[in-house]
Design a protein around this ligand. Structure first.
Ligand SMILES: [Zn+2]
Ligand SMILES: [Zn+2]
Length: 143
């Protein structure tokens, strides 16, 4: 799975005329090994631990490339922060985002997915991707 992701990214990078770099490979390795919704800074700190000399701006630009390549998804927090997660083939979920503590809860709901397909079909619309982020207070922040 991870090898496949790497190959996908290398094909994408080549199509954009980007030569492969050690730094980008390291960032991809660390990102694919992370099973969280990470901020640029969090990922940067993880990358720094294994690959010195990588700047936060490089991590940021590389994450943007991963999003463009379809390897990563962005989750927008209410205060303008962005978190990133990697997309595993065939896996889809949506998010409840807490505006109190910025925690992110994942959920999957077949009915919601079907409704989206029905709405798109009614409009003759072909869905490529979607994301659903619901903002509010988590149970801990409500008390
Ligand atoms: Zn909360
Ligand atoms: Zn998620």
């Amino acid at each position: 799975m991870i090898q496949e992701k790497k190959r996908t990214f290398n094909v994408f990078a080549a199509s954009k005329g980007l030569r492969s770099t050690r730094q980008r490979d390291n960032i991809l390795d660390v990102f694919l090994a992370t099973h969280q919704h990470v901020s640029v800074e969090e990922l940067y700190l993880k990358v720094k631990a294994v690959s010195q000399g990588v700047g936060q701006a490089t991590v940021y630009r590389t994450l943007k490339l991963f999003v463009e390549a379809g390897l990563a998804r962005e989750i927008l927090l209410h205060d303008g922060q962005t978190r990133y997660e990697h997309v595993l083939a065939g896996e889809h979920h949506d998010h409840l985002v807490c505006t109190g503590c910025n925690s992110i809860i994942e959920f999957e709901n077949e009915t919601i997915e079907q409704l989206q397909d029905e709405i798109a079909a009614r409009h003759g619309f072909m869905i490529r991707s979607h994301k659903l982020e619901i903002y509010g207070l988590c149970s801990r922040c409500r008390t």
